[in-house]
Design a protein around this ligand. Sequence first.
Ligand code: BDR
Ligand code: CA
Length: 312
Amino acid sequence: MTLPIIIDTDPGQDDAVAILLALASPELEVLGITAVAGNVPLALTEVNARKICELAGKPDVKVYAGAIRPLLHNLVTAEHVHGKTGLDGPVLPEPKMPLQKQHAVDFIIETLMERPAGTVTICTLGPLTNIALALIKDPRISSRIKRIVAMGGGFFEGGNITPTAEFNIYVDPQAARLVLNAGIPFTLVPLDCTHQVLTTKDRVAKFRTMKNNSGPAIASMMDFFERFDAEKYGTDGGPLHDPCVIAWLLHPEFFTSRDVNVSVECESQLTMGMTVVDWWKVTNRKPNATVCRGVNADQLFDLLTERLARMA
Ligand code: BDR
Ligand code: CA
C-alpha cells in the first residue's frame, strides 16, 4: 500500500531534494505538487517545481500554481539564500511539461473530497498559504486530511529570518496559525531538528559521484545553497530542511518528538511568526502538533543517498 501525498512547496534547493526523495520512494504516491510564493515569487516556484520533476525523469507529475502572496502580509522572499531563480546552482533546462490549468487550492480541495477521508497526507515545504486558503474555501477538508507534515518553526534554536521566527512561518503567520488550529493531525519539523541535518562535504560528495543526472545536479544545488548557511552557522555544510518532512513520512523512527501545543505569534512586530511551543506543558493549551526535536542525520542521509541513486 502506498501513501498518497500532496507536496505543497516553494522550491528552493532543499525543496528540490525533498521532491526528488518523494518521487524516488515507492512507498509514496505523489498525487500532485502545489506551488506557493515563498523563497521566490510564484512565477518562479511553479517553474522550479516542473524543472525538478523533469530532472527526476517524471514529467507526468501534475504541478499546480497556488497563492501569489500571503494572506495578509506582503511577500518576503529569500533570494539571499536560494539565489535569483530560487534554484541557483546547476543550469536546468526550461521545463517542457505543462503547468496544470486548475488552481492549486481547487486541486487540493477536489483531491481531498474525491479520495476516501483520512487517506491523503499533505506535506508542506513552504509558507502555509495554499493550505489555509483551501481550509477557508472548503472547511470540510479538515476532517478528510490524514495528516499535515510541515517544515516550519523553531523554538530551542530560535529563528532564521528574524531572531525568533523561521522563514516558512514568518512569511505567512496567519496561515500557519489557521492551519495549526484546524484540528488536523499535524507534524511539525522545526529548525530544532533540521539544523542537525547538515550537507557536509562527505555527504554531498556521494551525490556528486552518482552516475545519474539528479545526483550531480543536487550536489551543485547544495554547493550554492550551503554557501550562505555554512558561513552563517560556522558548520561543515548547511541545514537541509525540507527533505526532513519526507524522511519523517518514510521513517518516523529516525526522529524524536513530543505531542505539544504550538501557537503562532501574529501580533508582535518584534517576534512576528514565532512558534511558541509549550514543550514542558506549562499551560493547559491542548496539544495540536507532534513537534520533532531530534533526528538521526546519518540515517537520514543514508536513506537520501540510497533513494537518489535510483533517480534518472
Ligand atoms: C525553510 O525556508 C526555506 O528557505 C527553505 O526552503 C525551508 O523550507 C527553512 O527555514
Ligand atoms: Ca521550502
